[in-house]
Design a protein around this ligand. Sequence first.
Ligand SMILES: Nc1ncnc2c1ncn2[C@@H]1O[C@H](COP(=O)(O)OP(=O)(O)OP(=O)(O)O)[C@@H](O)[C@H]1O
Length: 587
Amino acid sequence: MNYNLNTGNEDKKKKRLGFQSVKSLVGHMVEEKKTLLVAFVAMVITAVLNLVGPIIIGNTVDNYIQTSRFHGVLINGAILLGAYVIALFAGYLQTRLMGSVGQRMLFTLRNSVFQKLQELPYDFFNQNKTGDLISRINNDTEKINQFFAQSLMQFLRIILIMIGSAIFLVSIQWELGVAALLPALLIWIFTKITSPWVKRKNAESLKTVGSLSSEVQESLNNFKVVVAFNRRDYFRKRFGLVNQENYKTAIKAGIANHMFLPVYSLFSNLGLLIVLTLGIYFISIGQFTVGLLISFIAYVNSFYNPLRQMASLWSTYQVALAAWERIRRIIELANNMPQTDSQGVDDSATLLSFRDVSFAYPNGNDVLHKITFDLRKGRTYAFVGPTGGGKTTTASLIARLYDSTKGQVLLNGEDIRSFTPEERTKRIGFILQDPFLFSGTIRENILYGNYELKEISNERLMQIFKDTGLESLLQRFENGLDTKVDVSGDGISLGQKQLIAFMRAVLRKPDLLILDEATANIDTVTEQLLDEILQKLPETTTKVIIAHRLNTIANADVIYFVNTGKVTRAGSLQEAVDMLMKGKMAS
Ligand SMILES: Nc1ncnc2c1ncn2[C@@H]1O[C@H](COP(=O)(O)OP(=O)(O)OP(=O)(O)O)[C@@H](O)[C@H]1O
């Protein structure tokens, strides 16, 4: 399945942008309904109070100022002041509420994206760069927060004020009202035509922010190689290129986002000009009063001024929409490795079987082609073969890190896909070539994912270590279980990492233990020790050992030779060696 977030679905994406996007974003806000409603009411109060201002002013000019009845001016002034003070408090309430909605949205979205990332299969992480994912979680969600916290209610308030002003304009004098509103129609057409382009420019800009983040992450992760090979210039150049691309797309997005303001201002001024010219003409022929013209100009201003603000809000909206599309692509991804119904028959002697299994990585040829073999309970299997032959891929299918493209993998006679991830990982332990550890103590690392022993006391844990023989490994760490593991720096060697991963896997007592080059960085004396620990595992434990060092597999019951898409059983260690030599000579 294509999990690459930066390719595919382009046509679909275009169609989904806009209304569909907003609808799905609103779907994520159901819990904010109450707060949004209160904020909306506060916003309506602010808008309405601001709208009545011009009509009171016009009325004051015509009825009190021109007739010098100043007590009326004072009363209307007091009413206006009261309205503006209430509008101020309502505005403050709305801003505060929306600020908290924005923060909660940020919190919820980041949680949803992170949760989804936890659910997605291994393949997803092969196809996407960590830096880009980090950028989506940090940067893109923040753009949505900015829109909610600063723009949404302002956006709605502006729309309300504009509608209100338009109604006042048309009802005061409809011909003049329609003439004043004509430039708004031109603005609407302009916005409609340019919006898809603006959206595209924003999406491109956000994408390059993701690339920039990936580049930084890659070079920081590989700084040792960079220093060792003195290739700072190489990463500097690569970073320079991506940074340049980011700069260019950001400039283009900036141009796109900022072109609205001057265009909106031009049309607003046009509206004002029309009103002034026609208004003065209507006054000269006695169809209009000065007070009405003052009200009229005030409403034209309260129609067009927010439109100028709308220009910058529109760009915040476009950025938020593009950011939401990037987040939504993760949230809506389906895991292509679902759990299926179990239909198998248990064969008591066989633990795991491949039935005509083929597998290809996305956009690649078959790495495994129609493979069939059985792994019997309690036996030790060695998988050997040349580099790139397909050993790790076979092991990954055994552990269901990937699903086969064709054929079936059976665990205990049942389709491996019918097991829950918890059941599967309890039965199958996998020690990878480069084990994953996280910063913490050895105890935390070895109990990682072990739900049964999660709360076990150190005393009881040490007893298990004694019984299983793991104690001798733990003694190699200065502070035993409490030894700190710092994976961000150089605090731990690869061999030590492999020892911790070994303890973690053995402690789970899985039915099937896969060791993929798991002892490649361990000295031969310790390797002997590991072998003794493996011997102490329950008799029924099946072991799959992938190794290049042939002494590691000397005790295997069965040896499989993996190369060019095939898995062939070798009769003996000598035959496996011959196969390897032949393979090497052929290449
Ligand atoms: N994530 C991936 N995406 C695409 N191709 C891959 C991926 N992982 C491995 N391959 C390809 O699949 C083939 C088999 O790789 P695999 O890692 O299974 O070999 P291996 O026998 O374990 O090699 P080694 O002994 O070096 O560990 C290789 O051609 C490799 O390039």
